[in-house]
Design a protein around this ligand. Sequence first.
Ligand SMILES: [Zn+2]
Length: 489
Amino acid sequence: MNQALMAKWGWALLTEEQSLCCNVLRSKYLKGKQFFDCEVKSSDSWFWRNVVRSKEILRKGACKLISDGRETSIWDDPWVIHGTDFYPKSNYRQQRGLEKVSDLLLPDGNWDTLKLRNLFDQETVSNILRGGNPSGQGRDRWVWTKESNGLFSTKSAYLIQALARAPLCNIAPALWNKLWNSKILERHKVHWWSILSNALPLRAPLAKRMGFEEVSCPICGEAEETTEHLFLYCDFAFHLWRSSPWGVMPVPDSGARMWDWVTFLWNLKSRGVDTDKLFLYASIVVDTIWRARNDKVHNKSMGNIKHYIDSISSCYTDYGSCLLPLHKPIETCAWSSPPEDWVKINCDVKVGGETMCAVAIARDHNGSVLWVAAKRLHFSDPLAGEAAACLLAMETAVSLHHPFVLVESDSAIVIKNLKGDNPTWGIENYVRPCKLLSTFMTNCNFSSIARNCNFAAHNVAKWAFANNVTGMVDISTIPVNIFCNDHEV
Ligand SMILES: [Zn+2]
C-alpha cells in the first residue's frame, strides 16, 4: 500500500482542509477528535484504515507552528518544531496549572524562558528558542517540516516511508541525515537510499539469493554486476566520473565501497570544494548510470557515452539553478556606505558549540560606526542565527528612530524571505516581526551582500562571541581594526 499517498488525506484532515471529501470523512469518522488521536475499528473501510495508518508517516514530519499557543497542548501535541520528534522532553519538575503552550508565554507574547527551563530539558529549551518568539498572528497551524515551505508533499512522505523500511545496516544515522538534507532532487535521495542499502536489483547479489546464472555487468560484460562495479569501477562509470568538472574519480581496485565514495565526496568540503554542487553532480551521474544500465537490460541498447555526458551536464545546469542557492545578485565587490540620511546595518552571526552571537553594526554615509548591537543566542543554527541578526538590526533601528534603513546580510535565504519570496517555516518567526518593524520606518530595504564584503559584521560577531558581549556595545571597547570590510581579523 502506498502510504505516502494516503498521508495526503491524513494531512488534509489534520490541517482542517475544508473540502467536501474531508468534511464527509470528518463527520463520519473523526467526530470532533483530532486526526492524530483516532484509532481504527475493524468495521472501518479499507480506505479509512489506510488513511489512519498513514499517521506513522505524518508523525515524522508534521508539527504545529505556534502562533499564540492557545490551541496546542504542551504534552499531547507535537510543537517543538526544531526537535527530533517535535514533543518536549520533561525534566520531571513540578508543573501545576500549565496545559496549553500559551501558558508558557509572557504577556508580551515572548517565551517565558524561566518556565521553559523549569519544565523541559536543555535540548528542548534550545530547540524552542531556535524557532524564535511566536508571531501571535492567527491560530497555531500545522507545518510539514520536510519541506522548507511547510506544505505537505507526497514525494517527501515517500522518502520517509523508504527510509523507515531501510534494512538495518551499519551506516551512521548522521550520514543518512546528511543525505536527507542534501540539496538534490527527492528522487535522487530515494535512489541513493536504494543504492546504499543494497536494495537495487543488481545481478550479482540477486544471483546469490535466487540462484540466477547471469551475473555479469550488462554494460561492459567484464565483471560481476555489484553496486561498486556498476557505479564506480565499470569503464562506463569511470568515464562519466572523469568527465566531471572536479576531476575526481574512483580508483579502480581500491576496495572502496559506495559509502566510502560518498563520504569522500562530502569530505572534500574541507579542501574548499563546494560539495553541494559536487554531490548534486554525483547524484546525476549515479542516476544516469542506472538509466543507461536499464536501457541496456530492457531495450538491449544504449546511447553512446557522449550522449550521456551531455545529458549529465544539461541536467546539472537545470537542477542546479533550482536546487542550489542562487548566484548572489550582481554586487560591487566592496562594502559601500549608504546615501546621506540613510543608515546601513550589516548583520552576521558567529556560531560556536551550543550557542551563537548575532550582531548588527550600523554605519552612516561617511562609513562611521553609529552603533553595534550584539545578542547571545542559546541555540545553534546558522540560518536562524542570520535571521535573528536581522531582527536585532530592525529592533535596534526602530528603537533609535532611524527613518531610512538598509539592512545587509550575507544569507541569501534570509534576504529572500525578508523580501517576501520563498517563505521558509524555520525562520518565519524572525522574518515576520522584521517586516512588521519595517512599517515603522519611512523607508527600509533588505539586500544580500557577498560574504567577502561583510567582514566588519563578521569580525564584530567573532569578537563579541569570544568576549561574551551582549546588548548595545560601547563602541570604544571594540578594537578599531576589526571594522575593516575586506578581510577577516
Ligand atoms: Zn561494467
